[in-house]
Design a protein around this ligand. Structure first.
Ligand code: GCU
Length: 138
């Protein structure tokens, strides 16, 4: 199935900035969250119908350390520490997926940095791709 793409650079950033200083991003850039716990990206997601779907974050982490994030949907935590492991370098992107229930209509998805390292660089969120074939999220 083809998912709906939400570019990170079009979303709401709290403590961070749009950047273009690495290669391989989609859209016009990516979001570089500040290296602090609590920095976040908030994306407004539309769903035609209520139900479970997948949230796939395209990210880069050019360090050697995981950068876990808390993911909430409509204020409810669906992943307290979603792992964003290293991707070799900042030009190398990977996808991390978590399943979530969305409401029909507008939903608020927020990914917040758990540690003082901040989050990974975030390129986009894709909603609704092959939720039934995603790997375990815990
Ligand atoms: C580097 C890199 C940034 C990244 C940052 C970080 O400065 O160029 O893209 O966001 O490290 O550690 O988060």
């Amino acid at each position: 199935a083809t998912g709906a793409d939400y570019q990170a650079e079009d979303a709401t950033i709290s403590q961070g900035a749009i950047a273009t200083n690495h290669t391989g991003y989609t859209g016009t850039g990516f979001v570089d969250l500040t290296n602090v716990a609590g920095s976040y990206l908030q994306i407004t997601v539309s769903a035609a119908t209520a139900g479970s779907t997948s949230l796939a974050f395209r990210y880069a982490n050019g360090t050697t350390t995981d950068r876990p994030m808390t993911v909430t949907v409509n204020g409810v935590t669906i992943a307290a520490a979603l792992s964003f492991p290293p991707t070799a370098d900042w030009n190398t992107w990977a996808t991390k997926t978590v399943n979530a229930s969305l409401l029909a209509g507008t939903n608020t998805v927020r990914a917040t940095s758990n540690t003082a390292d901040g989050g990974p660089n975030l390129d986009k969120l894709t909603v609704g791709v092959a939720a039934d074939t995603q790997p375990p999220t815990t």
